[in-house]
Design a protein around this ligand. Structure first.
Ligand SMILES: *Cc1c(COP(=O)(O)O)cnc(C)c1O
Length: 189
């Protein structure tokens, strides 16, 4: 935790068995917080608060880690830049419209082409008291991303240890808000 704090500026961090595991544990933290009753029930939740808002163009094969933890993906936006007939993707207002009483978090895939920007997305999520879980598995190098993504407002960030960090495959980092990292750590047990 101390080493990850120094490297990232995060309040706390843990080593996970890969970025995928970090996303799963991060999702579990968003779903359960520090409530042992909610932790015990996962992948069920006692109420409907299990939704992760995801921009449709950021969907990827790793986002099932949200579902493994017990989350449900709520897609927003139309990536018609890719399909051709339009020039849009998703607006911050669409993310905000999708946030409601059942929202556990906003999932954000940190890649160069991700829209809207993380700073705006995080500000919108925080207006509604919802955490942002960022999958930045492959965003190293540059090393400055260790700090930038948290600086842009992410509550939890996932990095892969098996990619450019050059650690063993199936190693990773989950870092961010201390209460959420504490929840993830408890749920690792
Ligand atoms: C590579 C990758 C992962 C998985 O990383 P592991 O450390 O192998 O678990 C997850 N998400 C994204 C976006 C990735 O590129």
């Amino acid at each position: 935790c101390r080493v990850i704090r120094q490297a990232t500026g995060a309040e706390a961090g843990i080593v996970t068995s890969g970025a995928s595991a970090a996303v799963m544990l991060g999702a579990a933290a968003c779903l359960a917080g520090l409530d042992p009753g909610r932790m015990n029930l996962l992948p069920d939740v006692p109420d409907g608060r299990r939704e992760f808002v995801v921009v449709r163009s950021q969907r990827n094969m790793y986002d099932r880690a949200l579902v493994v933890a017990g989350g449900r993906i709520v897609e927003v936006g139309i990536p018609d830049r890719f399909s051709g007939p339009g020039v849009r993707d998703a607006g911050v207002w669409e993310i905000e419209d999708a946030i409601g009483k059942d929202t556990a978090g906003v999932y954000y895939l940190a890649v160069k082409q991700s829209r809207p920007g993380l700073r705006e997305v995080a500000a919108a999520a925080h207006r509604h008291g919802v955490p942002v879980l960022v999958d930045a598995a492959a965003q190293l190098p540059p090393a400055e991303n260790l700090r930038r993504i948290l600086g842009d407002g992410a509550d939890l960030v996932c990095f892969s240890g098996g990619k450019a960090i050059g650690g063993p495959q199936s190693s990773g980092i989950l870092c961010g808000r201390a209460d959420l990292v504490a929840s993830a750590l408890l749920q690792m047990l």
